[in-house]
Structure formats: C-alpha cells, structure tokens
Design a protein around this ligand. Structure first.
Ligand code: ARG
Length: 470
C-alpha cells in the first residue's frame, strides 16, 4: 500500500502484474479499462483454449503432469460456476482471461500460475474471438438456410402468381411473385458464401504467438491448433495477435446481408400498404394502433429495415478503430468485440423475423394480377410482337407502341382496352392476334430465357436452389 490518489478506489497493486506496480488503478481507469462486462461471453472459448494450451504444455514437458491435471480439474469447475451463474465478476480483474486465471488460483493454488507459461492475453483473446465467431457463423448459416427454405416454399406456391415487376418503382413488366422471391434466395446464397469465406479465413489459430514474438519454450502450435479445431496455426506471430480482419470481414458480410434484408423488408412494407394491397402480414409480426382501430402496422418489417443502420454502423466503428493502428496489439483492439456482439445479436433477431413474416404472409393473387394489368406492363410484349409478326425494326416497334400507349392513356383504358380499329389507325399491319400477347399471364409465360420469369423457369430455379441447399 502506498500513496492514494484522489479518485483511486482501491490502491492494492494488481495481483497479475503487481511486481512492477505499487498502487492500484484509479476507479475511472478500472471502468474504462475493463472488458469483463462484454468479453465474459468468451468464457467457454477461453477455457477451451486454456485446456488445449495446458495439454500441450504437459505433452511438451513444459508443465508437470500433476500440475496439468490440477489445472484441468480447476478449469472444469470454473466453467461450471460461470455456466451456473455462480461466478463473481469484478471490474478490477479486467477481462475474462484474468477472471478465469484468478479463480483458478483460488481453487488450486500455485499450479494455476504455471498455465500462463508461453502464452499471453494477446494470443488468448485473438484465439477466443476466432473460436467464438466461428460458432456464431455456423449458427447464422443455419438461420439463413431456414430463411431460404421458407422463401423457396413460398416461391413454389407462387411460381405462377402474376404481379407487376418494377423498375424505378414504376410498373415495368409482369413477373411472378415466385420469381421475385427467388431473387432473394440468390442474394442470400451469396451472403452465405461470404460468411463461409470469412469462416475459412478466420479458422487459423493464433495461440502460441504469445505476446507478439513467439516464445522460447518448445511449444507445439500444431497440437493446440488441432485441439481447437483450427485448420492450422497462424504463420506469423505478430499478425496472429494483431489481425482483426476476420472481424471486419464478418461485419462487412453482415452489413451486406442486412442491406438485403432491409430491401425485402421495405418491399413488405410497400406490399402490405392499402395502396399496393398485395399481401397481408400475420398477427405475429404486426402491431395495432392505440388510436386508429383500422391499423395493422408492419413493425417487424420496419425494424428489420432499420436495423441495417446499426449493422453498417458497427462495421464502420471497427474499421475506424483498426485504421492506422501500428503493429502489434494495442488496447484500442479491446473495442473490437462490442460491434461484433451487437451485430451477432441483431442478426439473431432480423433473420428469423424475416423468415416468420414470410411464412405468415397472405398473398392476394387477384390484387397482384390486377396491378400487373394496369400501367401498360405488357407494352414491351406488344413491341416484341410487332418485331416478330410484322418484321418491324425494334426501334420502330418501340415508337408505334409508344403511340398506342399514349392513345390508351388519353382514352383512359389499358392496352387491351383499345379496339383493333384504333390500333390499325396507328399501325395498319396489326391483326387481332396481338391481343394474345397483351395478357399478363401470356407475357409471363413467354419469358422462358435462362433466368426468366416464366413459371416453368421459376420451378426449375426452385428445384436447383433446393438441391444446392440440401
Ligand atoms: N481484454 C483485452 C482485449 O480484449 C485482452 C488483451 C489484453 N492484452 C493486453 N496486452 N493488455 O483486448
């Protein structure tokens, strides 16, 4: 005990580096410095890493077998205590690594102090984080598969349900609802690919890099890497303790996924509005209004749309933390975890919420078909027919069709509402056969090019996607 500073709550020197220090950290230092409130999430990974390290130290003759045995037993108890919620956390012990070690010392005494041989919190935290994120990505992949499966089911049901396809949110050409949903299946497949890439690259073990330079003890990094299920050890000890691109990559993939989810959410908000009237959302994912009895608000969709902001923000936060950091570890990097935790927690809500909304959705096929029939959605079919049947150059066909649309607009009818006489006044070659291509169902059925919206093409795409998914 030495001189007390005005804001020091506890002047006892820290037990883990007390040799160099005579006073304790000030209260505010403890609070800014501690990560235990969030990195306690790593307790299982931290203990798994310690077990692997301990076994390797014994196998290499660096640690006596009886000490190793005591350490493993003690670690089991620490894990059980934390899992049972019986563990006392204390900001003075900073982080999960120090909590585990301190409790181990209480339980088994001096042998606990031998566990930290040939290791540092720098390689420990990097190892914990990679292990944790690997599991998180595996769980996310399951959730994304489930979302894809629901999209596929709904797409199959609506492979032939005609709706307007939009560009610029203006009616463009008829498509099927199934085709529209399959676009999201494709996006999610790429999202899953991005997370799988991230997982593959992050699956290398930093343990044994020690503080930054490696160690003079004869450790076996292959053994610890294998014990923890990594593909192998990270090659460079400095890179091992300072790399956080795995976390950035995860957040980048999450940000892209979240933009995809937000686009679908936005479509649901539109579709469920009275103006579109394409779908109604179930009771499970909507709310009523306390004043307007008629309301059914698409809150879950709106929140999925909004949460993309949080995810993109988290990616930005980590990029800015890491930008310009010199080799190797800096305490700045303790700020790497919360953005990732926040995003992982967000995705455990948004992905299943989206799935639930899709499963509950009631589709009004008649409203969709009626909307597809408005807005001259088959104008392109008419132009294509002029090319095919009359041999007009496409540019001229486009012009003729434009004149017919203008005429229909002036008459207040759709293209099918024009008479043959009216059409022939614009283009004398037109015959009654033209009316066949002006129907939306025929339009959709004709789009049989690869990746097109014809129901048969949509069904093929669904079958292919299902086989890739299983
Ligand atoms: N709590 C720290 C973190 O999350 C662990 C690593 C501490 N390393 C150190 N050299 N102070 O980054």
């Amino acid at each position: 005990m030495t001189d007390k500073t005005s804001d020091s709550a506890d002047v006892a020197a820290n037990a883990l580096w007390g040799g160099r220090f005579s006073g304790g950290a000030s209260d505010i230092m403890q609070r800014i410095n501690a990560s235990i409130d969030f990195d306690r999430r790593f307790f299982r990974q931290d203990i798994a890493g310690s077990r692997a390290h301990c076994n390797m130290l014994v196998a290499q003759g660096i640690l006596q077998a009886d000490d190793g045995h005591a350490i493993l037993k003690g670690l089991d108890q620490v894990e059980a205590e934390i899992a049972a919620g019986e563990f006392h956390f204390d900001a003075a012990k900073e982080d999960i690594h120090m909590h585990v070690e301190a409790r181990l010392a209480e339980l088994i005494g001096e042998a606990a102090g031998r566990l930290h041989t040939a290791r540092s919190r720098n390689d420990q935290v990097a190892t914990d984080f990679r292990l944790w994120l690997r599991d998180e990505i595996d769980a996310l992949d399951q959730a994304l598969r489930a979302l894809q499966a629901t999209l596929l089911d709904r797409a199959e049901e609506h492979a032939g349900t005609v709706m307007p396809g939009f560009t610029h949110l203006q009616v463009a050409q008829p498509v099927t609802f199934g085709h529209h949903l399959m676009a999201y299946v494709a996006m999610l497949e790429r999202d899953r690919g991005r997370f799988a890439d991230c997982r593959r690259r992050l699956n290398e073990c930093p343990l044994g890099a020690a503080a930054l330079a490696g160690t003079s003890f004869p450790i076996d990094r292959q053994a610890t890497a294998a014990a923890l299920g990594f593909a192998g050890p990270m090659a460079n000890s400095m890179d091992a303790v300072s790399a956080r691109d795995f976390a950035m990559e995860y957040l980048a993939a999450a940000a892209i996924l979240s933009t995809h989810l937000s686009r679908l959410a936005e479509e649901m908000v539109n579709w469920a509005s009275a103006q579109f009237g394409f779908v109604s959302l179930g009771d499970g994912f909507t709310t009523g209004s306390s004043i307007m009895p008629q309301k059914r608000n698409p809150d879950a969709a709106e929140l999925v749309r909004a949460k993309a902001g949080r995810v993109i923000g988290a990616l930005n936060a980590l990029l800015v933390v890491m930008k310009g950091l010199p080799m190797t570890y800096s305490k700045d990097m303790q700020e790497d975890k919360e953005p990732v935790f926040e995003v992982a927690d967000t995705l455990t809500l948004t992905v299943p919420a989206m799935r639930g909304m899709l499963a509950d959705l009631t589709v009004d096929g008649a409203a969709m078909a009626a909307a597809a029939g408005r807005g001259f959605a088959t104008a392109t079919d008419l132009a294509d027919w002029l090319v095919r049947a009359l041999g007009l150059p496409f540019r001229q066909a486009h012009h003729v069709t434009g004149s017919l649309v203008k005429l229909a607009e002036a008459r207040g009818v759709d293209l099918v509402g024009l008479t043959l006489d009216e059409m022939q006044a614009v283009e004398p070659g037109i015959t009654a056969e033209v009316f066949e291509v002006l129907g939306t169902a025929n339009s959709v059925a004709s789009r049989t090019s690869l990746g097109g919206t014809a129901p048969e093409m949509v069904r093929t795409a669904i079958a292919e996607a299902r086989s890739r998914l299983s």
